[in-house]
Design a binder for this molecule. Structure first.
Ligand code: ATP
Ligand code: MG
Length: 228
């Protein structure tokens, strides 16, 4: 087992940290976390196919507050975040209760610890709204059965930008690098604190399992150790 200090030092390598883990063989609920464009959906697709897991991608049906939110963030951030939280709560419960082996693309923890937190820090959510939101989130989290395994993907900002460009979604092309960096800092500090599941960090800058057979074999070998 590794200590927290080792975790920080070992960011560039693979490792697994047992925490409140399920018994080997019962790892049914796997989650993939990480910044915009880091490669979550790609990994979920790959692992779901190769290991017969049911994928659960981020819901993309419309948040009814989103249009208002973009017009006046401070006014609508709370509503919009509570909407996302409610959606993710329901999904998380379904996943933790199902008999199937599932893999989730982005977790409820990220909604609160990264995205809502960022809005508050950027003063796009007021203090009282944030406190109410956190209260609700913390009550929800206490009720949840955490994933059995949390896969955390990281890569450099340079790679994230390259991938966002390559993916080519028009609405993403103007995402400021400062925004991605701020999210990354929140991600790193959240993950340092995260101890609800066994965790694996995958550094994806040089991991081209889509094109490169050797990388694919390496990925499988490492993932299989923790997927049993
Ligand atoms: N290991 C990898 N090597 C090379 N390219 C990759 C890798 N992983 C993902 N990509 C590419 O990077 C782009 C972004 O990946 P993906 O859509 O999986 O990110 P994401 O984390 O799901 O993003 P979002 O948070 O916006 O949903 C895609 O074009 C994908 O093909
Ligand atoms: Mg995705």
């Amino acid at each position: 087992m590794r200590s927290r200090g080792d975790r920080a030092l070992d960011k560039s390598r693979w490792f697994a940290v047992p925490a409140c883990v399920a018994a080997p063989g019962s790892r049914r609920f796997i989650a993939v976390a990480g910044n915009i464009g880091v490669g979550k959906s790609t990994l979920v697709r790959f692992l779901a196919r190769d290991y017969n897991l049911t994928p659960r991608y981020e819901p993309n049906e419309g948040n009814p507050y989103l249009k208002d939110f973009y017009a006046d963030m401070r006014r609508w951030s709370f509503h919009s975040q509570v909407y996302f939280l409610a959606k993710k709560f329901r999904i998380h419960q379904e996943l933790s209760e199902t008999e199937e082996r599932v893999i989730q693309d982005r977790t409820i923890y990220e909604d609160a610890e990264i995205f809502a937190e960022n809005l508050y820090r950027r003063r796009q959510m007021s203090k009282r709204d944030y406190q109410t939101y956190r209260d609700l989130y913390e009550s929800i989290v206490r009720q949840l059965r955490p994933p059995d395994l949390m896969i955390y993907l990281t890569c450099s900002m340079r790679t994230v930008r390259k991938r966002i460009k390559m993916r080519g979604r028009p609405e993403e092309q103007a995402i400021p690098i400062g925004y991605l960096r701020r999210l990354q800092q929140l991600y790193d500090s959240w993950f340092e604190r995260y101890d609800r599941s066994e965790t694996v960090v995958i550094e994806t800058d040089k991991l081209d399992y889509i094109q490169d057979l050797v990388h694919r074999i390496d990925l499988r070998r490492r993932v299989e150790k923790v997927l049993r």
